[in-house]
Design a protein around this ligand. Structure first.
Ligand SMILES: Cc1cc2nc3c(=O)[nH]c(=O)nc-3n(C[C@H](O)[C@H](O)[C@H](O)COP(=O)(O)O)c2cc1C
Length: 185
């Protein structure tokens, strides 16, 4: 199975990228997945979405590139920070380029915050969005609270609470993905 991990933060000094990178390593060690690819929105510099992939007469090359990877992935994990009680506009802009790319696809949501609530509001809103468009949202969730304490400056994961929760999430999401993919074959 192919897994894509999308990092929805492009902020200067962002911490969510540490979570995304750590999850790439964690899932690479999971035998359920043959390949794990990081999709970092900071690498794409997507223009404001004017029309979806498949409808756009002249889709920006970056949107096509991201779309091809999303389409070929069997499962998707989205790492989102919480901004102003929701997920970031930059992530929504990117996600709105696509629709068929998510249908019947297992999606795991990981929310990140500097505070104690783990980005639960962003998590809920992103879950609703994916459910609304026909993805299969994993009941296993990962809330990363106090992200500044969970990682060292160089991105090394050190927080015991995070390490335990992320390992559990990876195992459960691998199981969920296998169950969905197995059922649809
Ligand atoms: C514009 C903005 C809005 C934010 N709003 C929230 C918020 O509503 N709730 C929250 O828990 N943290 C909020 N934060 C703090 C984030 O939790 C913090 O930036 C955290 O590190 C998230 O990941 P990031 O480092 O990738 O941005 C906000 C940060 C920014 C930059």
């Amino acid at each position: 199975m192919k897994l894509a991990i999308l990092c929805g933060s492009v902020r200067m000094g962002r911490k969510s990228i540490h979570v995304a990178n750590h999850l790439v390593n964690t899932f690479e060690a999971n035998p359920a997945f043959d390949s794990v690819e990081l999709l970092d929105l900071a690498d794409y510099n997507l223009p404001m979405m004017q029309e979806r992939r498949g409808q756009h007469p002249n889709l920006p090359a970056a949107a096509e590139k991201l779309g091809m990877t999303l389409e070929s992935a069997d499962a998707l994990v989205v790492v989102t920070p919480e901004y102003n009680g929701s997920y970031p506009g930059v992530l929504k802009n990117a996600l709105d380029y696509y629709l068929d790319e998510y249908r019947k696809k297992p999606v795991g949501i990981v929310s990140v915050s500097s505070g104690s609530m783990g980005g639960n509001l962003a998590h809920k809103e992103l879950s609703v969005m994916f459910m609304r468009i026909g993805a299969f949202v994993s009941p296993s969730r990962l809330y990363v609270s106090e992200v500044g304490k969970m990682f060292e400056e160089d991105g090394k994961a050190v927080g015991e609470r995070y390490l335990k929760a992320s390992a559990k999430f990876a195992d459960e999401f691998a199981w969920f993905t296998g169950a969905i993919i197995g059922a649809s074959r």
